[in-house]
Ligand binder design. Structure first.
Ligand SMILES: NC(=O)c1ccc[n+]([C@@H]2O[C@H](COP(=O)([O-])OP(=O)(O)OC[C@H]3O[C@@H](n4cnc5c(N)ncnc54)[C@H](O)[C@@H]3O)[C@@H](O)[C@H]2O)c1
Ligand SMILES: O=C(O)[C@H](O)COP(=O)(O)O
Length: 527
């Protein structure tokens, strides 16, 4: 008998498959104290949550029988994925069921914001007939900027076009071709910020998107623009938004989500230009029934040893294959991560070439790791070695795997090539026995770099003095250089410098390096 704990409010109709299963004992209790939760999870094989229950490392470590964490919804930022993976607990979500409800809620907020509906309603309820005070703006011919063009972003765009708005969207996976197909304009993040009369965010919350909309980005926006967040608190820097509304730079904001929830006595709520709902995006009868049904089936399927539609983590390589390939896992993932952090533009195609010792093995798990390394830059922990191929194909990225006889003298070689709508870049690496992973080529330049820690990649012209100037500037910022590699195509031609340094490089320092004569580009990354 499997024991499934449901610790957040879920649709009763949706969880019926669980309640009716003869091999499942379902415990529903959405009002457990922290201590009760720790006790209850101790004997459970699965827990199903929405966004309230924080599935922390502490909780996971208290649960020796836990095999599955089910999220009845999209966002998994309340689940410690690292701890779950470490403990072999599969995390699965139900991302399809609440798309429409959240897109509709965003539209409701957009219209309420444009026409001051909550504020006017509030006045009228206090027996005040105010008309002059609540003059709004039309949506027609205004530009809606969308940051994050996934399931919800796309549905919002579709609806905004129905209101005859111009839509401009930014998403690292959105190419011009895909934007044209969706009938929206394609822009960089800066262009979207600059053009938007209304800006709405629909990305997940993760390291890459934390405070994506901050003081600097708000400065790029039109004075009088309006901002919406029906995705996650934390994507927009709340202090910066508060100041921007206070100063009149931003005319108003509509928020469904907050950095800390429940948001009680929140400074933003004291501003009359800010309208808000308490995280209601997915709170419709239809969405709740749909996500609860999806997650009930997937949790049961996993407990019974089957496969699921939306795994969020889950290693799946056979023990035998693991032994042969595991030394290469890290190499492939690091090469992917390295290249993704230097490549510019929307991803279109990833090709992974294998040679030497890797010619006669099934390298699919390595390609999976390479894709995971690449996509993690954009979607964080939501891509893993199980869902990597599917995530890439969902994003319209073409994946190729090829075997090549060109080893360049190495016993094994992995080469990854990424094509974007702007450029094609490549990286090659090898596994040196006893020494570990090495990057041996970046584009056409031979180098020898350990793909680990803080790195600076500098594209420059091969001229005397360039290395010295870089060294002195880094010294001014007290950045210690651990290793430095220079590769060039020919004397006086294009060259690349790859440095490993002992600490993260500040943006100021990067900008100054980029300003040095003969330097074309400076990119700082941490692997
Ligand atoms: N308010 C609510 O109740 C509610 C309901 C559902 C979902 N959500 C939130 O909305 C988010 C989006 O949901 P979805 O179903 O559309 O997810 P999705 O995965 O389909 O789309 C997210 C998109 O964001 C893009 N993205 C990632 N990093 C980016 C960046 N730095 N800049 C621009 N775009 C970036 C991704 O490429 C992806 O296309 C969820 O992660 C969840 O947190 C909130
Ligand atoms: O990520 C999600 O699916 C939404 O934020 C919904 O969260 P909820 O299930 O707590 O309503």
């Amino acid at each position: 008998m499997y024991r499934v704990l449901i610790s957040d409010p879920l649709s009763e109709g949706g969880i019926r498959p669980l309640l009716e299963a003869t091999d499942v004992e379902t415990v529903v209790n959405p009002s457990l104290s922290h201590e009760q939760l720790l006790r209850e999870i101790g004997t459970s094989n699965a827990i199903i949550v929405r966004s309230q229950t924080q599935v922390t490392r502490e909780l996971i470590e208290q649960a020796p029988e836990l095999r599955v964490i089910g999220r009845a919804g999209v966002g998994v930022d309340n689940i410690d994925l690292e701890a779950a993976t470490e403990h072999g607990v599969v995390v699965v979500n139900a991302p399809d069921g609440n798309t429409i409800s959240t897109a509709e809620h965003t539209m409701a907020m957009l219209m309420a914001l444009a026409r001051n509906i909550p504020q006017a309603y509030h006045q009228l309820k206090q027996n005040k007939w105010e008309r002059k005070k609540f003059v709004g703006v039309e949506l027609k011919d205004k530009t809606l900027g969308i940051v994050g063009f996934g399931r919800i972003g796309k549905e919002v765009a579709h609806r905004a076009k129905g209101h005859r708005m111009n839509v401009v969207a930014y998403d690292p996976f959105l190419t011009k071709e895909k934007a044209d197909k969706a009938g929206v304009n394609h822009g960089s993040l800066e262009e979207v910020l600059q053009q938007a009369d209304f800006l709405t965010v629909h990305t997940p919350l993760m390291d890459e998107t934390k405070h994506l909309i901050n003081r600097d980005s708000i400065q790029l926006m039109k004075t009088g623009a309006r901002i919406l967040n029906c995705a996650r608190g934390g994507i927009i820097e709340e202090d910066a938004l508060y100041e921007a509304v206070k100063s009149g730079k931003i005319a108003g904001a509509a928020l469904d989500v907050f950095e800390e929830e429940p948001a009680i006595d929140h400074p933003l709520l004291s501003l009359s230009e800010v309208i808000a709902t308490p995280h209601l995006g997915a709170s419709t009868i239809e969405a709740q029934e749909s996500v609860a049904t999806d997650i009930s089936y997937d949790v049961m399927e996993l407990l019974r040893g089957g496969t699921v539609r939306h795994p969020v983590n889950m290693p799946s390589v056979s023990a035998e294959m693991m032994e042969r390939l595991s030394p290469y896992f890290q190499l492939s993932e690091k090469l992917g991560a390295f290249l993704s952090k230097v490549v510019d533009g929307a991803l279109e195609r990833i090709t992974v070439y294998y040679s030497g010792e890797l010619l006669d093995v099934d390298t699919t798990p390595l390609t999976r790791m390479a894709i995971k390394g690449i996509l993690q830059r954009y979607i964080g922990n939501r891509v893993n070695d199980v869902n990597a191929f599917k995530t890439a194909s969902d994003k319209g990225i073409v994946i190729n795997e090829q075997k090549s006889t060109s080893t360049k003298g190495f016993t094994n070689l992995v080469r990854i090539e990424i094509e974007t709508d702007r450029e094609t870049r490549s990286i090659s690496g090898t596994l040196l026995i006893g020494l570990g992973a090495r990057v041996v080529m970046l584009d056409h330049h031979s180098i020898d770099v350990v793909p680990h820690g803080h790195l600076i990649v500098i594209q420059h012209k091969d001229q005397p003095g360039a290395i010295g100037r870089v060294g002195s500037l880094l010294a001014e910022y007290e950045v210690n250089i651990a290793t430095m590699q220079v590769g060039r195509t020919n004397q006086g031609g294009d060259a690349v410098m790859v440095l490993t340094v002992d600490k993260e490089v500040e943006e100021n320092c990067r900008e100054q390096l980029a300003g040095v004569a003969d330097i074309r580009q400076v990119q700082c990354l941490t692997l």
